[in-house]
Design a protein around this ligand. Structure first.
Ligand SMILES: Nc1ncnc2c1ncn2[C@@H]1O[C@H](COP(=O)(O)OP(=O)(O)OP(=O)(O)O)[C@@H](O)[C@H]1O
Length: 262
């Protein structure tokens, strides 16, 4: 089930990506709605990170292309923000949490303009949104994994983008922080932003996201969560691996109950 929509905020056409001789994504065609919280699900190595990197032009496609806001990527870079996987960041870089978040404000400043009071206030506000204001002066190397993750999310917020790509933003954060971040993402989606999240836990996927992309090198499904979270599509996405890992019925049952929406 691949639902295409009119006036998408993201569109991907016939995308194929390989690393050297190894194909990772085949013939991906999808369109995504704006103002939604969107999850990307799939087993390890399914190409989830590669998909968001290819959409942003961070990895080269063998064929196909993506457009954002009905425009070429180059014209809309300022409207796109990205939180990479935690492991891909050099956390020994000498900078405080506030420095990192201030960097998010740079591309709204003109060339040669230094960030000032306004940018600092924005950065502190963004740290506050992820409950990290108290750690503003702390070196990032001296933060816990979950705290580092939150600083990077604050940096993305400071970019004041319209689309946010987040690669496993809940990795290493505790459950109460995860819930708070989901609420923050829901608020962002509610105010018209599009938040696209690579996610691992299929139990919570049904309750967190408005829309799901299910991927296993091929696109298995893309559509409203309620419509795509079915036993058939989960099995297609995860193959035999799913039944050993989890109880599909339980996943679907849980998706009817969304504590964050009630
Ligand atoms: N830079 C790279 N060079 C070569 N192969 C890569 C590179 N990045 C990813 N791959 C391979 O491409 C495939 C897809 O990787 P990707 O990280 O996109 O998957 P994923 O679905 O995000 O996986 P995970 O859930 O494990 O994070 C994997 O087999 C991976 O080993």
């Amino acid at each position: 089930m691949i639902q295409q929509i009119e006036h998408p905020v993201v569109e991907v056409h016939d995308l194929m990506v390989s690393y050297g001789q190894n194909p990772v994504l085949w013939n991906i065609d999808l369109t995504l709605p704006s103002g939604a919280l969107i999850g990307i699900l799939g087993p390890n190595g399914a190409g989830k990170s590669t998909l968001i990197k290819a959409i942003m032009g961070l990895v080269e496609a063998n064929s196909g292309y993506s457009r954002l806001f009905d425009q070429e990527l180059n014209k809309v870079r300022n409207r796109v923000s990205y939180v990479p996987q935690r492991e891909s960041v050099d956390w020994d870089f000498p900078a405080s949490a506030l420095d990192i978040v201030m960097m998010g404000t740079y591309h709204h400043l003109g060339l040669f303009k230094r960030p000032g009071k306004k940018e600092k206030e924005l950065a502190l506000e963004c740290l506050d949104k992820v409950n990290m204001k108290a750690f503003a002066k702390r070196q990032i190397s001296e933060l816990s994994g979950g705290q580092q993750q939150r600083v990077f999310i604050a940096r993305a917020l400071a970019q004041q983008a319209d689309i946010y790509f987040m690669d496993e933003p809940f990795a290493g954060v505790d459950m109460s922080t995860e819930k708070a971040l989901v609420e923050l993402f829901r608020e962002m989606a509610g105010s018209g932003k599009t938040v696209i999240v690579v996610h691992h836990d299929i139990y919570s996927a049904g309750t967190y996201f408005d829309w799901l992309i299910m991927l296993n090198m091929h696109l298995v499904a893309s559509g409203p969560t309620k419509e795509v979270l079915t036993e058939e599509l989960l099995t297609k996405t995860y193959g035999g691996k799913l039944s050993t890992l989890t109880d599909i019925g339980e996943v679907i049952k849980k998706s009817d109950f969304n504590p964050l929406k009630s």
